[in-house]
Design a protein around this ligand. Structure first.
Ligand code: CDP
Length: 226
């Protein structure tokens, strides 16, 4: 059955938007804004890796052991608003355990199911456009210079009343980039069909406006309006 849609507002049965990018690039803020703009549910997939890290940390498990990290993958009991999820030790453990193929495999189905729900969804992470939802309707790769990302992370940490030193944060961001890009399992990479959005010189509002524009442009092309 073919449906007719008017050109002003092409009706879509489902819309999946993949937002990937390195630490503190602004991908989470952009993904949340896209979800609200397109009225879609949103999943911050980094939270799954953080939840595994929090479990492991609380159990006193060894992050150097893939087996122990895998045992920590039962994340159903983790409170999604637990402030420890964003703490420094948990962030650092998350960055390491996310390199384990068995941990990634254990978290994959939950992400695919979220992406596959009837109306679609927005997911943000590192491998959404490449592994979790390779067939996404629109893919954004959000990035920014490491120095800009470090400044943003310092502001975010200070805003939450946590100590933060620019030099240490910059070193940490570079180390995380290196681990994300060099790991063998689902490394951070721009999908061939992803649109690049560099937010180095954009404030939050401008970055969101550009993301919405890029996605709408891509959807218009899909509908033969471009
Ligand atoms: O924004 P930030 O990079 O600080 O953290 P996040 O997006 O919450 O992700 C936490 C960790 O999980 C990162 O260090 C990534 O290495 C990892 N991650 C991943 O490997 N794959 C994803 N789809 C999402 C996050």
């Amino acid at each position: 059955m073919t449906e007719q849609h008017d050109n002003e507002s092409p009706a879509r049965e489902r819309l999946v938007i993949a937002v990937d990018g390195p630490a503190a690039s602004g991908k989470g803020t952009i993904a949340r804004a896209l979800a609200s703009h397109f009225k879609l549910p949103h999943m911050d997939t980094g939270m799954l890796y953080r939840a595994v890290a929090l479990n492991l940390w609380r159990w006193g498990g060894d992050m150097a052991s893939e087996f122990e990290a895998l045992r920590a993958c039962d994340v159903a009991a983790v409170d999604p608003v637990d402030p420890e999820l964003r703490s420094e030790p948990v962030s650092s453990i998350a960055s390491r355990i996310s390199a384990y193929p068995s941990v990634r495999a254990a978290l994959l189905e939950r992400q695919r199911q979220f992406a596959g729900q009837p109306g679609g969804a927005v997911l943000d992470g590192r491998d959404i456009g490449t592994v979790v939802a390779p067939g996404a309707d629109a893919k954004l790769f959000v990035t920014a210079a490491a120095e800009v990302r470090a400044q943003r992370r310092v502001r975010e940490l200070l805003g939450r009343g946590l100590p933060a030193h620019y030099d240490d944060v910059l070193i940490d961001i570079r180390a995380r980039d290196e681990r994300d890009m060099k790991r063998a399992a689902a490394p951070l990479a721009q999908a061939a069909d992803a649109m690049l959005l560099d937010t180095s010189e954009l404030d939050v509002d401008a970055a969101i406006a550009e993301a919405v524009r890029l996605v709408e442009e891509r959807l218009a092309v899909h509908h033969g309006l471009g």
